[in-house]
Design a protein around this ligand. Sequence first.
Ligand code: 2HA
Ligand code: ZN
Length: 275
Amino acid sequence: MKILEAGFVQGFIRMCNDGWEQGWHERNGGNLTYRVKKEEAEAVKEELRTDGEWHEIGTSIPLLAGEYFLVTGSGKYFRNVILEPEDSLAIVELDEKGEKYRICWGLVNGGKPTSELPSHLMNHEVKMTATGGKHRVIYHAHPTNVIALTFVLPLKDEVFTRELWEMATECPVVFPDGIGVVGWMVPGGRDIAVATSELMKQYDVAIWAHHGMFASGEDFDLTFGLMHTVEKSAEILVKVLSIRPDKLQTILPQNFRDLAVDFKVTLPEKFLYEK
Ligand code: 2HA
Ligand code: ZN
């Protein structure tokens, strides 16, 4: 099968374009990676090069040894992915120790995988373990309203989770485990990767203060939908705070507990504090 015709590649391209159309990917902002299934890699094997040079990842991810990932390229624009996927994307393979990668397809005009590769791969490892292999997608975007909130809300998991839950009834059902928050850090390196992957042990979403958001999910629909839901909720909160800083009414802790029963989700009590 031709790589560009494969379902996982088409889904990946569509998600990049959806993110661009949402306005979450100015210039080369954001990155997306997908842990390719064995049978998907097998189906496109003829087009995968095996003579690429090995490069250091910059961190060690032993549980992902030998896995293939479809990734966006460093410095590439989400806006261009749909037009020239072979220029913007790459399939990489990890070595048998999970310390190096090589390019097997894509980046035809040169380049490297996303600058956030260490964060993505460490998060893949954490989420693969936490979900028994179900999670395959890690998505980083720069959604405007979430970023705006990191200037005015305390950078605490409890505050972001509760405030965003309150903005839309579906939120606690879509992200019942809550949201983690990382204070401002230098992007691209191992430190931010470690901080984020620590949070991703318990959450599917992490916010990077004054920068953007990370989301993890089983497939493209769920992961894009998660990012979209959190950002939509942040947009409502920005509007509410702009109209008047104190809410006249909201969803109360007991409302959340009632919702949890009917929708069969567990909502940690640490988010249901009295204000
Ligand atoms: O430019 O978003 O965090 C890519 C990024 C880095
Ligand atoms: Zn970024």
